[in-house]
Design a protein around this ligand. Structure first.
Ligand SMILES: Nc1nc2c(ncn2[C@@H]2O[C@H](COP(=O)(O)OP(=O)(O)OP(=O)(O)O)[C@@H](O)[C@H]2O)c(=O)[nH]1
Ligand SMILES: [Mg+2]
Length: 378
């Protein structure tokens, strides 16, 4: 199961209570207070982990609770602090505060919790999301979602010259708790964008170690798959294969909209075209529609550097269509390949290496400016 958006309730552990106790020992009359402190409650920590690729572990555990600290004891013994509860999440997880679910019978509750601050999302004006509180973008990065409560004080803290046998103590603090929305935005160097059946998964399977499902029906890929390509000198780059886009994807037609968010953090977009037009569509119109969808979803996304990969060059009509595409958009860098026949893949890998590693930030900016001008492909 692939889960990339989930609401969870998290509750950190409470602190242990302080102890009221007096020293009782042979030959030590009126030994004085010796109640120890309570231990700290456990924190709830989210940790980004490269070996976790989605949030399905939280689907089975949507209520995350950490243990409470142990109460203090006599002889000034402190209670044991609880260990933090560490939840592994995929790299690229963003955390938002979420409103508590509305109870069924509102009369049962005195007050509803305050709603979090609401801001308009940049991607979709129709949905409103709260401001993110954390973005776990690197492997091993940690975020304390809820802090455990501090331990209470034992009666040993309350002795004074006027109160030699105090019976005061404090309760441990309550651990923090709250509702959160966790959303995954895959982090990859490049994303494969194309119509269903364009051959995105076939290509990813050929150039990386990933094994995405390939079949001749549309929407074979139902969730993003990330593959890693190894280059010389131990350099690597991650490529994300997302489900196929169709016209209207920005309006949530097909599977598109939900998965477009996964390419918002990719540096480069690779448009995979079925250059042979094997399903009766024109590759030129395909490219225009894909560019339009990306632009309508988020104009900042369409300003990213992008390249066109013309797939299915082994089929008839492909050469003619490629010539027409180049004529229609002169200056556009198009790489002809046949993913199935493994043709042109070495050239593609060389080009990827150039785009990923040779491209200085300034060069990328320049290219982004150029591509932004041609963004609408009109
Ligand atoms: N002739 C030919 N067929 C290809 C080529 N690349 C892919 N195919 C075929 O096209 C069909 C779709 O390939 P996929 O890789 O599943 O396409 P996709 O873009 O991932 O499709 P979705 O996951 O549905 O979006 C499969 O039957 C492949 O065998 C190619 O270079 N030449
Ligand atoms: Mg696929």
């Amino acid at each position: 199961m692939f889960v990339d958006r989930i609401k969870v309730f998290a509750q950190a552990g409470d602190g242990g209570r302080g102890c009221v106790s007096f020293r009782r020992e042979k030959f030590v009359p009126r030994g004085g207070p010796d109640g120890g402190d309570g231990g700290r409650g456990g924190d709830i920590i989210l940790r980004a982990d490269v070996h976790t690729d989605n949030l399905s572990n939280l689907f089975y555990e949507p209520i995350i609770k950490a243990k409470s600290g142990v109460h203090g004891q006599g002889k000034k013994k402190h209670g044991r602090a609880a260990l933090p509860k560490i939840v592994k999440v995929p790299v690229g997880t963003i955390v938002y505060p979420a409103p508590a679910p509305v109870p069924r019978n509102e009369d049962d509750f005195d007050e509803t919790p305050p709603a979090p601050e609401i801001v308009k999302s940049n991607n979709d004006a129709k949905t409103e999301v709260a401001r993110p509180i954390a973005d776990l973008a690197h492997d091993g990065e940690e975020f304390v979602l809820c802090k455990g409560g501090g331990g209470g004080k034992g009666n040993v803290h309350f002795k004074s010259s006027r109160n030699r046998a105090p019976v005061q103590y404090t309760e441990g603090e309550e651990g923090e708790q709250g509702h959160f929305l966790l959303e995954l935005r895959t982090i990859a160097d490049a994303a494969l964008v194309g119509y269903p059946n364009a051959g995105k998964s076939t290509l990813l399977g050929k150039i990386s170690a990933a094994h995405p499902k390939v079949a001749s029906y549309p929407f074979t890929t139902l969730h993003p798959v990330v593959g890693v390509i190894d280059f010389d000198g131990y350099r690597r780059a991650a490529i994300a294969d997302i489900p196929g886009l169709i016209e209207g994807a920005h309006r949530n037609v097909g599977l598109g909209h939900d998965f477009l968010r996964h390419i918002t953090r990719c540096r480069i977009l690779l448009f995979i075209l079925d250059i042979a037009g094997s399903e009766g569509r024109s590759p030129i119109a395909d490219l225009q529609n894909l560019r339009r969808e990306i632009d309508l979803y988020d104009p900042r996304l369409s300003a990213r550097p992008w390249y066109v990969v013309a797939n299915k060059m082994d089929l008839p009509d492909a050469t003619e269509n490629l010539r027409a595409l180049k004529q229609r958009f002169p200056g556009l860098e198009v790489l002809p390949i046949s993913a199935e026949q493994s043709e042109g893949l070495t050239e593609l890998k060389d080009a990827l290496e150039r785009w990923f590693f040779a491209g200085q930030p300034a060069e990328f900016r320049e290219q982004a400016a150029q591509t932004a001008a041609a963004a609408r492909c009109e």
